[in-house]
Design a protein around this ligand. Sequence first.
Ligand SMILES: [Cu+2]
Length: 146
Amino acid sequence: MRHRRELPGSPATPRARRIVGSIGLTVGLVAAAALGCSSDPSASPSTPSAPATSAPASPSVGAKVTIKDFAFGPKSVTVKAGQTVEFTNADTAPHEPSQGTPGTKGPTFDLPTAAGETDTTPALAAGTYPYYCALHEYMKGEILVQ
Ligand SMILES: [Cu+2]
């Protein structure tokens, strides 16, 4: 009996109004938050981040080899550890300077270089790197890295 009197009683109406009012406020806040969030992505492109890919310093070229008349010139070059060797193909045929010796290609570099193009080895660690042309195995050279 006591419970039935309280449930349908008049106090329910003010409670309902409070609940509806709080829902309205909540919806308004959520809508405002959604608008704020959606405006952020559109604003971010206006502040471009610095290009990260250009940051690492490229190793310096320690020597340049010209491929001409199916020969490497000079045949032997010397660079410092961490430097690279740049190959320029001055022939009209493609060449492929490859670290190692014919039949025993090494892992350090393999540079298919079209006529007129330039290709560069990775930074080299100290050591002696014989190389040859994978397309014309009689073409040979040597890189000394100190
Ligand atoms: Cu060649």
